[in-house]
Design a protein around this ligand. Structure first.
Ligand code: ZN
Ligand code: ZN
Ligand code: FE
Length: 740
């Protein structure tokens, strides 16, 4: 039989060996370029039992997508053997994602009688680093960053024994032979020293699985404040490390979704914060949620237990730079931030940030999820690379029916992130043996990703419109090709008419789309400055709504100079340096500013996040937002917002009515477009749909209208999903190729 899916490097062959032994079957099993190939021979009942149990009882990290069996004449063989890998010139075997420490390894970590008691690098076939340590293919120890550690006889014995949990566990190690941890410049036991420093209020850089983190006591205002100041990170929330589920429960309310915290991915989980969560105010100012993770490596388990209180654990970088992962670089870049360094000598080959999830959605797909492939509904007959957009950048390689979305690279705005992007692309091309013939890119000519795509030699470029890529990504991950109606709401993406899109009702599928509707455009006064200063959008929307130069609203009086307000009003009216935008993100900004919440922001999406956070769950009202000819005329909504605020309606109520009004209008626009196009399928995507109040009400309204609604589940709704959408479009023959 032929077994396909994620079946290599996950203990699948030993598993088959055990199962065959249990059922008294003879035969063999081997890895080849297509997955696992296996032959069993014995009594018919035993063979059928084997086939029945094979997919269901597979090891935790395996994912069986198909088993095809055929009968061959028996030869009377009895013993069962694991054969060496047979590799032809075909596609390379999959490299799997890094996996959080499994229960068996954890038991050994805390067992004083075990030879790996308190060993910071315990791992087995069911857990441990994978993608981050792989340097080449095929995946074996010599092509990982464990190459420099020679296994001791006992580790070697485990590694060679098909019946052992550590059979072919490439990073297998122990106190005798494996990596070590230490605190730079000290002699003591690493975890004890680092733990003591943290308890005293120090900021400690910790080398982990995918890079360096910065850690400090989450309950220590002085420590958290110092970390913010030194890292130049003003308000964006910090993630937290809780030692176990019980400790996590003191921070957030997760209820039935608690299982998100456990399991092999080990992501940061965003969840409603508890009012009495024992964390400093500056951990997540203005946020109704906290991001919490459990330890995902033995070193993190040891450290969290040693400290005994929640820690801030944030990427080891200065703002806007990629996470540090090389020792010399980290020691230099983090020297001004960290008081101490908890280091180890297992090199990190690929830097990978923590993944971020929320019940029902992935917000950042990275460590623990990458490089697991996704299926393309229309196979890529020519291998291709898709370069994504600019913010929350990822790339995607595709060949035939499979697409590999790369790790989160960050905002592609400087040399450091671009370099990280380029190295990632090269690494993936080698790992998965894909030589792109086509390269997909955003229509925006100034994105570094676009320039990279157009600078590649010997490939054919294909431009894919930003919001079409959002639509296609969601369709494709659900195995759909369209047509569908999509409400794609985000901050910005260039439209083919040269204006800034971002509140779009599209109708189409993978191979093409039409713009069926959109938010009424307003000027974006000062371009990018309007993104950092939501009060500019308040000014633009008021001007658009009331015509004459708008007066400075009371809620902004303390935050904005009258002179600046007048100048921006004038700028918007003149149209100079004020490209028109239909952005939904900027409408959120305008309303947040009018409510006096956020005249200025320090990170993307901040105003919208805080506007959602203040909503009053008891409020049922909705602001009016008429839809005519597909255009959502938000002037009427802005008028209602202004009237509410002037009438003393509480901000919590205004914010809620705004969300409801936008959701209801979106439902109406989608319904009308769906009827006109004769489709019953709807897609909701784009970064603005990370807003749950907007998403849930829109989704419910569309379902009530009889539409089937798809939302992103396996990829982020934000620009982290764009590269996969581009790949799906180009594979299906869509996008724009240069004329001639
Ligand atoms: Zn394990
Ligand atoms: Zn050893
Ligand atoms: Fe976008």
């Amino acid at each position: 039989m032929r077994v396909q899916g994620t079946v290599q490097g996950v203990g699948f062959r030993p598993y088959v060996h055990r199962l065959a032994g249990e059922l008294g079957l003879g035969g063999w099993v081997l890895n080849d370029e297509q997955g696992v190939l296996c032959l069993v021979e014995g009594l018919p009942e035993a063979v059928s039992a084997f086939l029945e149990r094979l997919p269901g009882e597979a090891p935790p990290l395996a994912r069986v997508t198909a088993v095809r069996a055929e009968q061959v004449p028996p030869t009377g063989r009895s013993g069962f053997e694991i054969r060496g890998s047979e590799r032809g010139p075909g596609p390379a075997p999959p490299v799997t994602a890094d996996a959080a420490t499994c229960a068996d390894c954890l038991a050994e970590l805390w067992d004083p009688a075990d030879r790996r008691f308190r060993y910071p690098f315990v791992n087995c076939t069911n857990c441990g680093p994978r993608f981050t340590i792989v340097t080449g293919v095929p995946y074996d120890r010599a092509r990982t960053t464990m190459a420099g550690f020679e296994m001791c006889p006992r580790c070697r014995e485990e590694y060679d024994d098909p019946a052992d949990r550590r059979f072919h566990a490439q990073p297998n190690a122990c106190w005798e032979c494996g990596p070590r941890a230490w605190v730079q410049g000290t002699e003591g036991e690493a975890v004890a020293v680092a733990g003591a420093l943290l308890r005293e209020g120090a900021i400690v850089a910790v080398k982990g699985i995918g890079g360096y983190h910065l850690a400090c006591l989450a309950g220590d205002e002085a420590a958290v404040g110092a970390l913010r100041a030194r890292k130049h990170r003003e308000e964006r929330p910090f993630a937290l490390l809780a030692r176990d589920l019980e400790a996590a429960r003191t921070l957030v309310r997760l209820g039935p979704d608690e299982s998100l915290l456990c399991g092999p991915v080990g992501a940061i989980v965003l969840a409603p914060r508890r009012a009495d969560a024992p964390v400093a105010a500056s951990v997540a100012p203005g946020s109704a949620e906290l991001g919490v993770m459990l330890p995902y490596s033995p070193l993190h388990h040891l450290l969290a237990a040693e400290v005994g209180a929640p820690l801030v654990l944030t990427s080891g970088n200065r703002s806007d730079e990629p996470i540090a992962h090389e020792d010399a670089d980290a020691l230099e870049r983090l020297a001004a931030i960290a008081d101490a360094f908890l280091l180890h000598d297992r090199p990190i080959h690929t830097r990978v940030d923590d993944s971020v999830v929320r019940p029902g959605a992935i917000l950042r797909r990275s460590r623990g999820m990458v490089p697991e492939p996704l299926a393309l509904p229309v196979p890529a007959t020519r291998p291709l690379l898709a370069c994504g957009a600019e913010l929350k950048s990822t790339f995607c390689l595709a060949s035939e029916g499979r697409a590999w979305v790369g790790h989160h690279v960050g905002d592609l705005k400087n040399y450091e992130t671009l370099r990280s992007f380029e190295l990632g692309v090269e690494h993936f091309e080698r790992l998965f043996a894909v030589r792109p013939e086509l390269v997909a890119h955003d229509e925006h000519p100034d994105y570094l990703s676009t320039r990279y795509a157009l600078g590649r030699v010997g490939v054919e470029p294909v431009a894919v419109q930003h919001h079409h890529a959002h639509l296609a990504a969601c369709l494709a991950e659900h195995g759909e090709t369209g047509p569908a109606v999509g409400a794609i709401f985000d901050g910005a993406g260039l439209g083919p008419d040269g204006t800034v899109w971002g509140g779009e009702i599209l109708v189409g599928g993978l191979s093409g789309y039409e713009r069926a509707g959109h938010l009424r455009p307003v000027p974006l006064p000062g371009g990018d400055r309007a993104v950092r200063q939501p009060w500019r959008m308040a000014c633009a929307w008021l001007g658009e709504t009331f015509g004459a130069a708008p007066a400075l609203p009371a809620a902004l009086a303390g935050a904005v100079e009258r002179r600046d307000w007048a100048a921006v009003g004038e700028l918007a009216r003149s149209g100079l340096a004020s490209p028109p935008t239909s952005s939904a993100g900027r409408l959120f900004d305008a309303v947040a500013a009018l409510c006096g919440l956020r005249p200025e922001v320090t990170y993307e999406g901040q105003a919208a996040i805080e506007l959602e956070a203040v909503c009053d769950p008891a409020e049922r009202g909705a602001h009016p937002l008429p839809v005519a000819g597909g255009v959502l005329d938000a002037r009427v909504l802005i008028e209602a917002v202004a009237a509410d605020l002037a009438g003393g309606v509480p901000v919590a109520v205004v914010a809620t009515r705004f969300h409801h009004g936008l959701a209801d209008a979106t439902v109406q626009a989608c319904r009308e477009a769906a009827v006109a196009a004769g489709t019953e399928l709807a897609v909701l995507s784009g970064g603005a749909f990370q807003n749950r109040r907007l998403l849930e009400r829109t989704q419910a309204g569309l379902v009530a209208a009889g539409l089937r609604v798809l939302v992103p589940r396996r990829l982020p709704p934000n620009d982290g999903g764009i590269s996969f959408g581009q790949a799906a479009v180009v594979a299906a023959g869509g996008g724009t190729r240069p004329a001639g």
